[in-house]
Design a protein around this ligand. Structure first.
Ligand code: ADP
Length: 350
């Protein structure tokens, strides 16, 4: 659903390896209705006429940022959407479009040809950090801790100007790990190519899932113990000397190969879950090692891979807690996939 496009005033685009994200700004008019007198009985029909007289209307306009995403392979459709809704043809001469992500370079010519707009390119990591800092400092309930068995399950954080230092792990097609020390100082300290694109790619090979959502739904239904080799499959129980619980994964997909008995018969949902665990556990462990190496206590996760899904967030939280023995905290973001688009948008308002 594309909301408030008619009032769309300004926008920015983040063209990633898998997904293209757009943030657009518009104003929304609100009409508020309330009773002027508290002594009107709202349930009494005899008071009905009086009630009519006592209605008071106020009007206000609020700024809103809206978000839309397209798969980057449909970039032409995305540009058509922009052409039809976000820039009118009489506005285009001499104007530019604020763009970030690798596609700002790759598709620069296509954008120019299709929309007649110059591309004003912004560095993707700069945008990512600007977007993340903006959300953490200004938007209450943006960041949250996820505790699967906790009460509450979601522990929302209030906006806080004192967010630094922190680590940001952006799980997009690939993974970037950034140490952020202030508004103007950050460093890419690591990363891995085993990221969201890997999950999506291998998941497509292993299952019949038609969409990313389908693949995640499968993972939620599956039983990874059918495909993964656990400590108990090797030891018959816990590995007591090392304090390793019998249910820990010793080898992801390790049971697929020996396949000695019917017990290890797996279906595609089991494989999807096994894959989600393999990738999320490793990202969690890598993130934890970087956080400990740089003495950072807070790790925020961005990127479109997580989709705020509880299974993925739990796996990452568990992994970080396990490897750091509870000293590193993982936090998630409601607008996880739009950090770069928000940052590019904010750059356009400077
Ligand atoms: P990038 O900027 O590299 O495209 P994103 O932060 O947009 O990175 O995340 C892309 C990843 O998000 C994909 O690799 C995939 O794992 C995941 N993803 C989430 N939703 C979708 C979707 N609808 N289609 C494809 N991938 C998706």
């Amino acid at each position: 659903v594309f909301r408030n496009l008619k009032n769309a005033k300004q926008f920015a685009i983040d063209i990633g390896g898998s997904l293209t994200k757009i943030a657009y700004y518009s104003t929304v008019s609100f009409r508020r209705v309330y009773y002027a007198a508290d002594n009107v009985d709202k349930n009494n029909d005899e008071d009905k006429d009086e009630k009519q007289d006592k209605f008071v209307y106020t009007y206000s306009e609020q700024a809103r940022l809206h978000f839309v995403k397209f798969e980057t392979k449909y970039i032409e459709n995305c540009l058509d959407f922009i052409g039809e809704n976000l820039v009118s043809s009489d506005e285009r001469k001499g104007k530019s479009i604020k763009a970030t992500g690798g596609g700002a370079y790759k598709y620069s010519k296509l954008i120019q040809e299709k929309l007649g707009l110059e591309v004003d390119k912004e560095d993707e990591l700069d945008c990512l950090i600007i977007g993340c800092n903006f959300l953490l400092k200004n938007i209450s309930d943006e960041a949250f801790v996820y505790n699967r068995n906790g009460s509450p399950e979601y522990e929302f954080q209030t906006a806080d100007p004192h967010v630094f230092p922190y680590m940001l792990v952006n799980i997009g097609s690939g993974v970037s790990i950034l140490k952020v020390e202030s508004d103007s100082s950050y460093e890419r300290i690591g990363g891995t190519a085993t990221g969201g694109g890997t999950f999506w790619g291998l998941g497509t090979l292993l299952t019949k899932a038609k969409s990313f959502e389908d693949l995640l739904d499968l993972a939620e239904k599956g039983d990874h113990r059918k495909a993964d080799m656990l400590v108990k499959d090797i030891y018959g129980g816990d590995y007591k000397n090392l304090g390793m619980h019998s249910d820990l994964i010793a080898s992801s997909f390790g049971k697929v190969c020996p396949r000695q008995n019917a017990e290890s018969d797996y279906n595609e949902a089991d494989l999807a879950r096994s894959l989600l665990f393999a990738i999320s556990n490793d990202i969690g462990q890598i993130a934890c090692l970087y956080a400990m190496m740089h003495s950072l206590k807070k790790v925020y996760f961005g990127g479109y891979f997580l989709r705020n899904r509880s299974l993925s967030m739990h796996t990452i939280s568990f992994s970080i807690k396990f490897w750091s023995r509870g000293t590193v905290h993982s936090l998630f973001l409601r607008h996880e996939g739009y950090l770069g688009a928000i940052g590019a948008f904010l750059k356009g308002t400077e």
